[in-house]
Ligand binder design. Structure first.
Ligand code: NBP
Length: 477
């Protein structure tokens, strides 16, 4: 037994993580259901470090130093259970299984509990950054026991991305906390992508800019407070010309957005937790709606007219307006994500450091951005911050953004340009700041048709109005 870590599941992600461990000086045992993948890895990359290729489960487990550390990188779902069922009987108390796949956090909780009863540490770990991240440094979000992190932490930190010398890896919390936080990361990613896409759409169809001109706008934005990986790649995509047709690349791609489902999980889970992640939900629904081609075809003849693009001098001013709207909406979307993490921590008893979550997302992952430093600082200053909007600097920025934010959404609406993420973010902000919400009327309706009761503003207690009786008297319920 010579390997400090073993990786089973050697498709793109597993192969690159195994190479990353080896490049950091660890001896890595390799295993894959189809042995050809194991052989191919050693043939192609064997000289990058120390690998122990194995073909049977028994040989794989025998190759691992104790306590054994075995990482699963297979297709999330049934395959993960199949692999656990195959390996767990070969392990001993104190050994560790790390699942780096995109598992649902509730599956991770179930697996962790079952393996804990057998003395095995199960560490569901979010791994972000795709295949490039896996090789060069992902953001790593491990859950599981603190005891397992004491052993695994240094290894996972070693292979993770680094920002200012700090590893993008931290123990998120127990059992499924890591996979939960990874799920929310992906939900925020959906929102961020949709917001950027809406900003593009407005610059294209309100300002009348070409994709190449918009690429330049994004390059400028990338030097400011919006600086992020997603803004950077957006500029590159918009500047790209399709070689075959000489058209802007963005014009030759079908406008039906696909998804693998982590955004959907975030929204489903948010409904269960009562977390109002409206921007993430709208971004997820926007992808779904864009893909309903038949519905869109059926409605297209109903489309109304739109106004002409802005004149050049107006367009120039408009760019700054859109920047405000994008930034303010982004703050809201991220704030909603953090609210959801806090809600889950309370529900599942996880001790999650909200500032650390921002810190480890600064590198390796898709939503890496300068802005995360600010979120980290906000939570480090006040770990109980109820919302980013209550942090003075963010509050000030949002106040300044308000007028342009509203202008952008109003103009989009007048022209019939959909901005579901921008407008849901603003609606959420207006919900939070409203003195009174019409929720009071909804409570009245609920009481009227279902005797669901209500609470009063002026007295404690629960009340019901006898709506059908003469004089409609109120009774204490
Ligand atoms: P895939 O998700 O395509 O899975 C392929 C791997 O699963 C192969 O090694 C395959 O073995 C193995 N496998 C399957 Br399928 N069924 C199995 C079974 N019943 N028993 C044993 N092995 C089985 O690979 P991937 O794209 O490298 O992703 C790996 C994990 O990482 C997934 O959970 C995925 O969601 C996640 N992921 C994360 C990111 C990210 O950015 N974080 C990106 C991509 C993927 P075979 O070779 O014998 O068919």
């Amino acid at each position: 037994a010579s390997a400090q870590i073993g990786v089973t599941g050697l498709a793109v992600m597993g192969r690159n993580l195994a190479r990353n461990f080896a490049r950091h000086g660890y001896t890595v045992a390799l295993h894959n259901r189809t042995a050809a993948r194991t052989r191919a890895l050693v043939e192609e990359f064997g000289d990058e470090g120390s690998f122990v290729p194995t073909e049977t489960a028994e040989d794989f487990v025998a190759a691992l130093e104790k306590p054994r550390r075995l990482m699963i990188m297979v297709k999330a779902g049934d395959a993960t259970d199949a692999v656990i069922d195959e390996f767990a009987p070969l392990l001993e108390s104190g050994d560790m299984i790390i699942d780096g796949g995109n598992a649902h956090f509730l599956d991770t909780r179930r697996r962790e509990k079952a393996l804990r009863e057998r003395g095995i540490h199960f560490v569901g770990s979010g791994v972000s950054g795709g295949e490039e991240g896996a090789l060069h440094g992902p953001a790593v979000m491990p859950g599981g026991s603190a005891e397992s992190y004491a052993v695994l932490g240094p290894m996972l930190e070693a292979i993770s991305a680094k920002v200012d010398g700090e590893p993008c890896c931290t123990h998120i919390g127990t059992d499924g906390a890591g996979h939960f936080v990874k799920m929310v990361h992906n939900g925020i990613e959906y929102a961020d992508m949709q917001l950027i896409a809406e900003a593009y759409d407005l610059l294209r169809h309100v300002a009348g800019y070409t994709p190449a001109q918009i690429a330049d706008v994004f390059r400028v934005w990338n030097k400011g407070r919006l600086n992020s990986y997603l803004i950077e790649i957006t500029a590159e995509i918009l500047a790209h010309t399709d070689a075959g047709t000489d058209k802007p690349f963005v014009d030759i791609v079908r406008d039906a957005a696909e998804q693998k489902g982590t955004g959907r999980w975030t929204v489903q889970t948010a409904l269960d937790l009562g977390s109002p992640v409206t921007a993430i939900a709208q971004a997820t629904f926007a992808r779904v709606a864009s893909s309903r081609t038949a519905l869109r075809e059926a409605y297209r003849p109903l489309a109304g007219g739109t106004e002409h693009p802005l004149r050049p001098h107006e367009a120039e001013r408009y760019v700054a307006t859109v920047e405000h709207a994008l930034y303010a909406s982004k703050v809201i979307a991220y704030d909603q994500g953090w609210t959801m993490i806090r809600d889950a921590a309370e529900e599942y008893g996880w001790d999650i450091d909200l500032g650390n979550v921002a810190a480890i997302w600064r590198g390796g992952c898709i939503i890496r951005a300068a802005f995360l430093d600010r979120i980290r600082a906000a939570y480090n200053t006040d770990a109980t911050l109820p919302s980013l909007l209550s942090e003075p600097e963010f509050a000030d920025e949002i106040t300044k953004a308000q007028v342009p934010w509203r202008e952008v959404i109003a103009a989009a609406t007048r022209r019939g340009i959909p901005v579901p993420a921008f407008s849901s973010a603003l609606a959420y902000y207006d919900t939070l700041r409203a003195e009174r919400l019409p929720a009071a009327l909804i409570q009245g309706q609920r009481d009227f048709f279902g005797a669901h009761t209500y609470r009063r503003t002026d007295r404690e207690g629960t009340f019901h109005t006898l709506w059908a009786e003469p004089g409609q008297p109120e009774v204490e319920a």
